[in-house]
Design a protein around this ligand. Structure first.
Ligand code: 173
Length: 320
């Protein structure tokens, strides 16, 4: 009895200062997507919920979008700890590690990846190569498409200048496109000035940036699976108390578990494109099948080339 009391007293003394200092933490979050884009609205709604329930535990402060930190710098800022959390797609931080762009090749869902070892593998790689914790995937079930202002009748982009990110580079180049990398925030002006004849982008959210005003065609079918995630500086993640970490992970998982939302949203976005006059370009069945297969083949070939170490391991858990 006596020893137990003494131990309890020592434990209390040891814990008190730590508890007092770490009651509530405020994390800084930036978005690699423009502030007026829907991903940011969904994320600020999520932040409001985190902050409402997280009083005395954990708060998130939304710093802003690319005006605060440029799109292709968000990954580096999370890696170095300039900010704590980034809302980004992997293609925007291949300057931190090439593996980041491999998540677009996911055919298994985030929910499956939590069960089949992919989530642990991703976190092993993200920790080792980018000093990051991958908290949650918040966009999936979403194909990318090629949007054009000039009509094509076969998958040949010879003579066309197309805006890309690393997501589309190898695939569009394999169809002879001349490519130009830009952040989403620069696409409208490039279209307006006629600097580009088209661009790669998901099936959704092009209205947020008014691109429908400058877009004539969408090429079907889509390819890959858009990934947008919340990534956190690993040192900051490790510095959280167990209660803060449990809270953040629970809220991040709840956000990820809303991804079914995108399925119906994408159907409505395709309809909205048609309603606004964006025409679809499609190929015959065999050509369409070859188009999607080529995208996948090129995607994995590049993944394995840029990451001989992790490309093949990721393929086992991301591909079907
Ligand atoms: O086209 C892009 O900017 C891009 O790579 C991307 C990736 C995921 C979601 C939205 C856009």
């Amino acid at each position: 009895m006596k020893t137990r009391h003494r131990l309890a007293a020592i434990a209390c003394l040891a814990l008190t200062p730590a508890l007092a200092a770490a009651q509530e933490i405020t994390l800084k979050l930036v978005s690699a997507f423009p502030e007026n884009q829907f991903y940011v609205k969904r994320t600020t709604d999520w932040i409001a919920d985190v902050n409402k329930d997280g009083k005395g535990i954990l708060q998130i402060n939304f710093i802003g979008g690319p005006k605060a930190i440029p799109t292709f710098e968000v990954g580096k800022s999370v890696q170095s700890g300039v900010v704590d959390i980034g809302l980004s797609t992997g293609a925007f931080y291949t300057n931190v590690m090439p593996e980041a762009d491999i998540l677009k090749l996911s055919e298994t869902s985030a929910a499956e990846q939590r069960k089949n070892g992919a989530y642990e593998l991703i976190n092993k790689i993200w920790a080792e190569k980018a000093n990051m914790r991958y908290l949650a995937k918040v966009v999936e079930f979403t194909p990318f498409h090629l949007y054009l202002n000039k009509k094509i009748d076969k998958p040949d982009l010879t003579g066309l200048k197309i805006r890309i990110t690393p997501v589309y580079r190898d695939f569009f180049q394999s169809m002879n496109a001349q490519v130009m990398t830009t952040a989403p925030g620069e696409v409208y002006t490039a279209l307006e000035r006629g600097v580009i004849d088209g661009y790669g982008w998901p099936i959704h959210t092009l209205f947020d940036l008014n691109w429908q005003e400058k877009t004539k065609f969408r090429v079907d079918p889509g390819f890959y699976n858009a990934e947008v995630g919340l990534v956190m500086n690993l040192d900051k993640y490790k510095s959280l108390t167990p209660a803060q970490r449990e809270y953040l992970e629970r809220k991040a998982l709840a956000y990820e578990q809303q991804n079914d939302f995108w399925k119906a949203y994408n159907v409505s976005e395709a309809k909205r494109q048609a309603d606004t006059g964006i025409q679809t370009i499609s190929f015959d069945a065999a050509t369409s099948k070859a188009y999607v297969e080529k995208a996948k083949e090129i995607g994995w070939a590049n993944a394995i080339k840029t990451s001989p170490q992790y490309g093949p391991e990721l393929k086992k858990v991301l591909a079907r």
